[in-house]
Design a protein around this ligand. Structure first.
Ligand code: NAD
Ligand code: TYD
Length: 341
């Protein structure tokens, strides 16, 4: 089987492609990534010597380039991770989110249809369901929960999901969609909560907690997400959506305090700052469908996973020090300067 994995120089795609190349030596993997600010060749450097792996730089929204690649490679399976993925950036400038997440998905779907791939898998997010009230801990997102988006990011991901489902219904393209909760683990870009707080705490910088810090996210260790996608590719039913999550709900404040405690840093580093506009209150996945149909279960608890992640960032300083020495500083100034002053 020949796989196209898009966005494999990013956080989840990078972990996924490491896992797949190692575990399926008889399959071939092409990693297509534009190397935006979030893409990092250092994440996938060790794969370069593998015989069943090739990296290609390119844009999923570039129709001619994508059609040429499909003509050349004749893929069996497409797994689309490539996306603009950060909610705060989508608040500053939504347009690139529409281009990559919606139009890029449409280009990939057209290519998958024209070249008759056996499976097109769309990596989506629980954020397409909007949010749940904080005081209704009995409520969870199921695959039947209506789409109800809050940010330009989640709206662009929902638009992509609807396109994917339309290609199934109208053209019988064999698609699957996964909607996962918040991931954490190695190689996550330090704009997202956990690596951002860790890296700032290490240099005794203030930790900007939005609002009152009581918003809830449902955390999943990245490798549990990768294994779930692998299962969906092999055993999932086409035309179906699978929610992925492991019942690891934590308030942002709990997460930040866990990081501080592990790093032996004082809680006085926490600074409550102006809230994110449209900030979703609570995400919580009901994973019964994937547990029942595909026998998937998360293997890593939050307590273990967060410690492993902190240890990974401590022992891979050069990976993130290269990132924060570049244009990242401009982003941090734009996002946090007024909030923290
Ligand atoms: P990321 O931002 O770390 O990585 C995205 C990757 O896509 C980068 O390598 C980037 O260079 C690449 N990319 C961006 N635009 C591209 C384009 N036009 N053409 C080709 N490549 C392009 O994101 P992530 O956190 O790894 O998320 C991966 C996917 O998983 C996304 O689709 C995201 O919506 C989804 N997801 C993320 C989470 C999470 O917690 N991070 C949770 C659920 C779902
Ligand atoms: P994030 O990692 O951006 O993921 P998402 O918005 O997709 O859930 O944020 C996780 C939570 O942490 C979210 O409730 C916003 C909050 N947050 C902060 O309080 N401060 C920050 O600097 C960041 C980046 C996020």
């Amino acid at each position: 089987m020949k796989f196209l994995v898009t966005g494999g120089a990013g956080f989840i795609g990078g972990n996924f492609i490491h896992y797949m190349v190692e575990n399926y030596p008889k399959d071939q993997f092409v990693n297509l990534d534009l190397l935006t600010y979030a893409g990092n060749l250092e994440t996938i450097q060790s794969l370069e010597e593998k015989k069943n792996y090739r990296f290609v730089r390119g844009d999923i929204a570039d129709r001619q380039f994508i059609m040429n690649l499909f003509e050349e490679e004749q893929f069996d399976v497409v797994v689309n991770f490539a996306a603009e993925s950060h909610v705060d950036r989508s608040v500053i400038d939504p347009s690139i989110f529409i281009k990559t997440n919606v139009l890029g998905t449409q280009v990939l779907l057209d290519a998958a249809k024209q070249y008759q791939v056996k499976r097109y898998h769309q990596v989506s997010t629980d954020e397409v369901y909007g949010d749940l009230p904080l005081d209704r801990t009995d409520l969870f997102f199921t695959e039947e929960t209506p789409i109800h988006t809050s940010s330009p990011y989640s709206a662009s991901k929902a638009g992509a999901d609807l396109l994917v489902l339309s290609y199934y219904r109208t053209f019988q393209l064999p698609v699957t969609i996964s909607r996962c909760s918040n991931n954490y683990g190695p190689y996550q870009f330090p704009e997202k909560l956990i690596p951002l707080m860790m890296i700032r705490a290490l240099s005794d910088e203030k930790l900007p907690v939005y609002g009152n810090g009581l918003n809830v996210r449902d955390w999943l260790y990245v490798m549990d997400h990768c294994k779930a996608i692998d299962l969906i590719l092999r055993k999932g039913r086409v035309g179906e959506i699978y929610n992925i999550g492991g019942h690891n709900e934590r308030t942002n404040l709990e997460v930040v305090k866990t990081i501080l405690k592990t790093l032996e840093k004082p809680e006085s580093l926490i600074q409550y700052v102006t809230d994110r506009p449209g900030h979703d209150l609570r995400y919580a996945i009901d994973p019964k469908k994937i547990e029942r149909e595909l026998d998937w279960k998360p293997e890593v608890s939050f307590e273990t996973g967060i410690q492993q992640t902190i240890q990974w960032y401590l022992s891979h300083r050069s990976w993130w020090e290269h990132i924060i020495s570049g244009e990242y500083q401009t982003y941090v100034k734009q996002m946090y300067k007024e909030r923290l002053s």
